[in-house]
Design a binder for this molecule. Sequence first.
Ligand code: NAD
Length: 363
Amino acid sequence: VTATVPEDPAPDAHLAALRGARCVVTGGLGFIGSNLVHALHAAGAHVAVVDALVPRHGGHRRNLEGLPTVEAGATPNGSVGPDDAVELTIAELDDVAAVTPVVDGADVIFNLAGQVSHLDSMTDPVRDLDLNARTHLGFLELVRRTRPEARIVHTSTRQVYGRPRYLPIDEAHPTEPVDVNGIAKLAGEQLHLLYGRVHDLPVCALRLTNVYGPRQRLLGDAQGFLPIFVRRALQGEPITVYGEGEQLRDCLHVDDVVAALVAAAVVPDVVGEICNLGHPEPASLGRIAALVVAAVADAGGPVGAVVSVPWPAERARIDVGSTTCDSSKAKRLLGWEPSIDLATGLHRTVAFYREHGWYLSST
Ligand SMILES: NC(=O)c1ccc[n+]([C@@H]2O[C@H](COP(=O)([O-])OP(=O)(O)OC[C@H]3O[C@@H](n4cnc5c(N)ncnc54)[C@H](O)[C@@H]3O)[C@@H](O)[C@H]2O)c1
């Protein structure tokens, strides 16, 4: 499954290259994973999901609503379902008995399973290391034995850089994470790169900035700021920003992330590489909050407000200050650039949640 970077980058061409390919998506019931599954399925790929449905994470079966699915082991005689059904395996990544048959025959593995909460990583650090690193090592071993030729795309995070020494952050910036999540994600990422170098697995890693869009878990306050902002605005509650809300963030709509993941699965030159995925137009947290409020009001929802509150100690301890990513390497290697500006992306996001209200009430 290979394609060259088109002169005029066309995400559809990369997706088309995966038609008929067997694509495994770990974390495929979660936010980014489920959006990827929808895109791959629409493009005619055979999709198999591995997800442990970790409690309080973003995984939910309803994220695949609208797609035919078949659960591994659902019937005594093996799974049956329509030919284009998405196969579901509810298991931890390193469950050899459950996951080996899924990986067997895979052309591409999108390894998105992970825990995203920085706060949770500080209250339950061993669990974070387990979900973001140890199970990934078990998974890499399983892939090495079963399907070493499968292309692997790992989702890492810009959190691995820690507090920026300069902006925008490029891939040469030192990695000095400020929380357990950053350390565990860095370990998971580096294990992938190591298996590429030592065992010749065709791997690459993408370091994502803050992502927003449809199918993100909105409930709870332990995750990143974007789903909290969106939920509060949709529920007519004021959005709280810490301090003056001046820290810069570059936010990516999930469709842009999906386009990069797909490109990373088919473009040859990215093998063995790490690429940042950021947005060239950063905004302050206060401005982002105001844009969320405006998007909800424009859609006929409540007219909300943004209020400043003092920094909670547990957040201040692990805050990285202003941060923005330089994505020129992704542009060079993948032909990728984000195409969705924040205001447009937030309007699309709000429209989705107004249509799918269960994200505001379901657990
Ligand atoms: N959302 C963001 O802003 C963001 C930013 C940077 C990086 N990332 C990375 O992108 C990936 C996807 O994030 P998301 O926002 O979709 O999170 P999510 O919580 O919505 O989805 C993650 C999914 O992975 C599953 N999972 C976690 N650990 C597992 C394991 N060991 N075995 C099997 N399943 C497991 C969970 O059940 C969940 O469904 C993660 O690796 C995350 O670190 C996300």
